[in-house]
Design a binder for this molecule. Structure first.
Ligand code: SME
Length: 161
């Protein structure tokens, strides 16, 4: 495992993901603990991209419960169908929100959040086991490149579910 994350400045978004992916892979390779792996993954994402908030929520019974994250304190529990994350869980699909003020029922955990991407992660039974939630303090900060690479990255923990 590397001691320090390599983050090269002045790279395009896609180049940043290409630099980051093998580092995250190496970070969690050989580690079979889900929380430990997610914790380092969230740290690597936060430090590479500098987003406001990067974290996961676990599906527990009938709600989402806060898991490993990096950033300001956040809502602890979110109900099915509520907010962007609860909607992503309910619809079982990735949601990109260019402007959170225009998303009906957006849950304000931090007023600085302006745009957001939420990606559901499925267990072997095809049920949503957790969601990855990334918030930016910039409007329109996420697109299909983030969807592609963040999905690949968060998929790395599926064998640990
Ligand atoms: N804004 C989210 C809530 C979670 S956080 O932003 C950390 C939502 O509407 O689901």
């Amino acid at each position: 495992m590397a001691d320090e994350l390599i983050v090269t400045t002045d790279l395009s978004k896609e180049e940043k993901y290409k630099e980051l992916y093998p580092q995250i892979f190496a970070l969690i390779q050989g580690e079979d603990d889900l929380i430990a792996s997610l914790s380092n993954m969230m740290s690597a994402l936060k430090h590479s991209f500098g987003w406001l908030w990067v974290g996961v929520y676990f599906v527990k019974n009938s709600e989402l419960v806060l898991g490993p994250f990096q950033g300001p304190i956040a809502c602890t529990r979110i109900q099915l169908g509520r907010g962007v994350s609860g909607t992503s869980w309910h619809k079982k699909e990735t949601i990109i929100v260019p402007n959170v003020d225009e998303f009906p029922d957006h849950i304000i955990c931090n007023a600085a959040s302006k745009s957001e991407i939420v990606i559901p992660v499925f267990n072997k039974n095809g049920e949503v086991a957790l969601i990855l939630d990334v918030d930016s303090n910039q409007l329109n900060d996420f697109n299909e490149i983030d969807q592609k690479y963040l999905t690949q990255i968060i998929q790395l923990v599926v064998p640990l579910l």
